[in-house]
Design a protein around this ligand. Structure first.
Ligand SMILES: Cc1ncc(COP(=O)(O)O)c(C=O)c1O
Length: 386
């Protein structure tokens, strides 16, 4: 049985914002994994980790697969030594996963404004937020577009801070030719249902030393020592010790089998998305009332295509596109506006407060049918009388 993306070349089918690409190859990996009969964390989890390491071209760095990107962020923070009394700086223009992961360690999330140019952390504002309690910074590579990570690492080194890159949108994005995750301190990725590659739900942490790797192995599985090596052979250790706090954050063989099937095709998925984003930007650039985030996408592994709609026209454009059966999304509601985080320490938010009323996420799928791409382009252009 073929499970393929919705038949979007049907002229009037609704075009969803997200459409995971799941083909027969994924089904084969899944049924093979079920046939092995070892459903929990095991050899396929290790295979997925090895393939992530190979794809990211890691050298002296290590991958720990987790059950979500959020759990990856949580144990990455713990491995970096973040805990009660500490502060961690991250953008408000972000998914709330980061802020919840920070709070789960007992630390406080401190929210920072972004740069108008690339919607990444504003390093000067980060500097103004640093206090003796600051332990780490979590920059976000929004939509897959690398933020100004060099400047951030320079600041972190100067002030002795850890950096945990939220690369959940950026699996395969590069900085000067090096894949995000292959350099620097710690990076976290997500393989949730709508990401460029999915393991249904899943994520991983990339670290640069073996002690951190071992700490992450324990944090991922209830603080249990010794168990990982045996589980990677589809076996269990019956005599074990518990040596730290820990969680049930591991990725199972079954989920990993989906991830393995997807990572085999990641280059093809990314190429198709880059081409669509470049076409979108070429079609919208220069229309008064619209602002594209990027024109060239060679260094971007685009998770979403986000466009800035100026002059308060976003709601009207959304209605116009809805009438054409083109679905859109909004990334993000800024975290400082959520009830639970409303009193958290933060910088002034002039850029964030403006940008969140402008951003609009257009449909972007791996191997998106040409007719669907054209309908999205025509839909947006027709709103502006083009
Ligand atoms: C920026 C960002 N960080 C973290 C996450 C959390 O990843 P997950 O959904 O795998 O827990 C997401 C998920 O969409 C995200 O967009």
């Amino acid at each position: 049985m073929l499970v393929a993306p919705p038949a979007l070349d049907v002229p009037r089918a609704k075009i969803p914002v997200f459409a995971p690409y799941v083909g027969v190859d994924t089904l084969k990996h899944l049924t093979d994994a079920l046939d092995v009969g070892w459903l929990g964390m095991g050899a396929t989890t290790k295979d997925f980790e090895d393939r992530i390491a190979a794809y990211l071209e890691l050298d002296g760095r290590y991958v720990v697969a987790t059950n979500t990107g959020t759990s990856a962020l949580h144990i990455a923070l713990l491995a970096a030594g973040v805990g009660p009394g500490d502060e961690v700086i991250t953008p408000s223009f972000n998914y709330v996963a980061d802020h919840q992961a920070i709070r789960a360690t007992g630390a406080a999330a401190v929210m920072c404004d972004i740069r108008d140019e690339d919607l990444g952390l504003d390093v000067d504002v980060v500097r103004s937020l640093i206090t003796p309690r600051t332990k780490a910074i979590i920059p976000l590579h929004f939509s897959g577009i690398p933020c100004r990570i060099d400047e951030l690492y320079a600041l972190a080194n100067e002030r002795g801070l850890r950096v945990i890159e939220d690369a959940c949108h950026a699996f395969g994005s590069t900085v000067r030719g090096a894949k995000i995750g292959s350099f620097g301190d710690i990076a976290c990725f997500s393989f949730d249902p709508v990401k460029i590659i999915t393991s249904i739900d899943g994520g991983c942490v990339v670290v640069n030393d073996r002690d951190a790797l071992e700490r992450l192995h324990r944090l991922r599985l209830l603080g249990v020592d010794k168990d990982t090596t045996l589980r990677y052979k589809n076996k269990r250790a019956w005599d074990y010790d518990v040596v730290s706090e820990g969680y049930r954050y591991h990725l199972t063989n079954i989920m990993a089998s989906v991830g393995v099937s997807q990572i085999k095709r990641v280059a093809e998925f990314i190429r198709s998305r880059q081409a669509i984003c470049a076409r979108y930007s070429a079609a919208f650039d220069g229309i008064p009332g619209l602002r594209v985030l990027r024109r060239a996408y060679d260094d971007v592994s685009p998770f979403i295509y986000s466009l800035r709609v100026l002059d308060g026209a976003r709601e009207a454009l959304i209605e116009h596109l809805a009438a054409l059966d083109v679905e859109v999304g909004i990334h993000f509601v800024p975290v400082h506006r959520h009830t639970y985080f409303a009193t958290a320490r933060r910088s002034p938010m002039p850029v964030t407060d403006r940008v969140v009323d402008e951003v609009l996420t257009l449909p972007l799928h791996s191997l998106m049918p040409e007719a669907a791409v054209e309908r999205v382009i025509d839909g947006v252009r027709s709103f502006y009388g083009r």
